[in-house]
Design a protein around this ligand. Sequence first.
Ligand SMILES: Nc1ncnc2c1ncn2[C@@H]1O[C@H](COP(=O)(O)OP(=O)(O)O)[C@@H](O)[C@H]1O
Ligand SMILES: [Mg+2]
Length: 253
Amino acid sequence: MEPTPTSPRDTRRSDRGTVPVVALHHLTKRFGTALAVDGLDVELTAGSITGFLGPNGAGKTTTFRLLLGLASPTSGEALLFGRPYRELANPTRHVGALLESSDVDPGRSGRNHLRVLALAAGVEVARVDELLELVELGDAAHRPAGTYSLGMQQRLGLAAALLGDPELLVLDEPANGLDAAGVHWLRGFLRQYVTSGGTVFISSHLLAEVAQTVDQALIIDRGRLVATVSMRDMTDSASLERLYLDLTDKDEA
Ligand SMILES: Nc1ncnc2c1ncn2[C@@H]1O[C@H](COP(=O)(O)OP(=O)(O)O)[C@@H](O)[C@H]1O
Ligand SMILES: [Mg+2]
C-alpha cells in the first residue's frame, strides 16, 4: 500500500533524521528484586528493521511494554519520536504494536474485530477491508476469530497494528505460530513496509526466525544489551548463530 503524497505520514516525516524513532535511555525495570530490564541504551533511526533477540525471559516483552506506555520504568526512559508514548498526540498514527497476548473476542469475526478497533482509534472503517486484503485474510474475514489458526491470528494482529498507518511497527514474537511459508510472507511484508518508509522493531527468541528478516540485531540477555550486530557485517548465518549462543543462555534458548 503506497502512501499518497498528501498522507499525514509524509508530513510527519519532515523531522526524520533528527529525532530517533525509538530511544531507550538507561531503561530499567525491576519486578521485586528481579531486574527484568537492566539499563538498556538503544536508538533506532527510521527506515530499517531491527531484531530484538534473546532467550525467553530476557526482557523483550517488558521492554516493549515500557516503550508502549503499558508499564512504567523503574528508572531511565523509553521514547518514541522523542516523547514518551503517553505524550504522543496521535499514537495510532505513530506506532502500531503486536504484543504477545492478544485480546480478540473469539466469537467476533476478524472484520468486526478490526472495525471496533478502527472506530476506537478514529480510523476510517474503509481501511479495515484494505488491511484484511493486505494481510491475506480477506476470505476468512467473516469467520469468528476463534476459528483462526495461530498464523491467521498473528496476521489479524498485524492488521490491527497497521490500522493507523503508523510509522513504526513494534512486533513481539510475530513469527510465533507461523509456518515456514508464514515466516516468508512476514519477511516480504516487512521489507515492503520499510521500503515505503516504515521502521520495524521485532522481537524473537528464535534467531533463525528473524536472521534473514532484519537489518540489525540487538541481542539481549537477562535484561542487558549484550551485542548490536549489523547484518551486513555477518558473513554467514552460522557466525551469527555462534555469537547468539555464546552471548545468551543456551539452556534457556
Ligand atoms: N508483571 C511481571 N511481574 C513479575 N515479573 C515479571 C513480570 N513481567 C515479566 N516478568 C519477569 O521479567 C523477566 C523478563 O520477562 P519478559 O520481558 O517477558 O521476557 P521475554 O519477553 O524476553 O521472554 C522474566 O524474568 C519475567 O519472569
Ligand atoms: Mg516475550
